[in-house]
Design a protein around this ligand. Structure first.
Ligand code: FES
Length: 140
């Protein structure tokens, strides 16, 4: 039996987390292939609908990765995103998905190592949780 390889959609802010992901690549830091990075201008652009759609389409996990609090280039985008992620976690539970499948992280563009660490941490977490049950439903 092959090991479950999760798909983790990672919404990464252009100014920080995306830069960190890029830097991780430049530094040749290994991070799991489960991470599918989607560049966004700011995490403040993410709404609950985007997160739920990712799960509905079969993502096993979702990361929202933004600038550190106080460093958002649009002032409070990451604060808004934090609240939306919290709200989305509640909705996930209501539809029977573990809220641990979703997480918000903060980092600067200089933190390539942190990006790789977050990717590994989230991949391990999702492997323990198993495949997204919505995906299994879709495959029946
Ligand atoms: Fe990075 Fe807003 S610009 S989270």
């Amino acid at each position: 039996m092959t090991e479950f390889e999760p798909i983790i959609v990672t919404f990464a802010c252009h100014y920080c987390a995306y830069g960190a992901a890029d830097l991780a690549g430049v530094m040749r830091l290994q991070y799991p292939a489960s991470i599918r990075v989607v560049k966004i201008p700011c995490t403040g652009r993410i709404d609950v609908h985007h997160i739920l759609t990712a799960f509905e389409k079969g993502a096993d996990g979702v990361i929202v990765a933004g600038c550190r609090i106080g460093d958002c280039h649009f002032e409070s985008g990451n604060v808004k995103a934090t609240k939306r992620v919290q709200y989305a976690k509640k909705l996930l539970e209501e539809i029977g998905l573990d809220k641990e499948r979703l997480e918000m992280y903060y980092m600067s563009s200089a933190e390539g190592a942190r990006f790789a660490e977050v990717a590994a941490e989230m991949t391990e977490r999702i492997k323990k949780l198993g495949p997204n049950p919505l995906r299994k439903e879709a495959q029946k």
